[in-house]
Design a protein around this ligand. Sequence first.
Ligand code: MN
Length: 252
Amino acid sequence: MNEKQRIINDLVIANRILAREEVVDAYGHVSVRNPANPHTFFIARSLAPELVTADDIVELDLEGNPVNGDTRPLYLERFIHGSIFEARPDVLAVVHAHAEEILPYGIADGTPLRPVIHSGSFIGAHVPVWDIADRFGDTNLLVANVEQGRDLAKTLAKNNVALMRGHGFASAARSLIEVVRMSVYLPRNARALSAAVRLGGKIKSLSQGEIDARNRGYSPYSTETWRAWEYWANKCGCGHMVTKPEPAPDKK
Ligand code: MN
């Protein structure tokens, strides 16, 4: 398996995990930057993530155009991915989804989504909310062109997650494993926070020091992180597809 095949294989696994963990359903998508060309990325054609195989992966430039003359229908909101890759050279993988648990935090003023559980630390201390209406007025709420994608990427700025008002979220990370993990724990963190709000009283979020401690020494191929990837891959029926690159990048 060469590097391109391996990254596409991992992208298929990521699609299946996000579906199995109910981060995505018929809608929502995950992408990964092309390791051989930072100006393109891989993403599925317009298809529910649950159904994605390697044959469904297309390569797009950062403005959302297919680079290999692929004529199959594409995700309408592919601009989310290209624009974040364009704005953030450090980002290698992006997820967009509509997970229900996070939606209240894009709608209600006054209760920001913050990390409140240890596995939620990866979302970072600040989760900005992007409102498409601020610049584009009345739309169908979808990120349907490069200008809207770039505006979202501007709100995301250096953060790991941006909520999209009345719609969903976009998350960005340094690897597929990391963006999948963050996107799985983001709704769980929101659920815990919502439950705590219902209990009443003051909400105690993770401190910046706690967030930093969780992220220190992070590697996508560390035993701890790999354990989650293997577990989720098995759970969604992709255990046989898991391949760990040798030597693992962090051991070079
Ligand atoms: Mn969407």
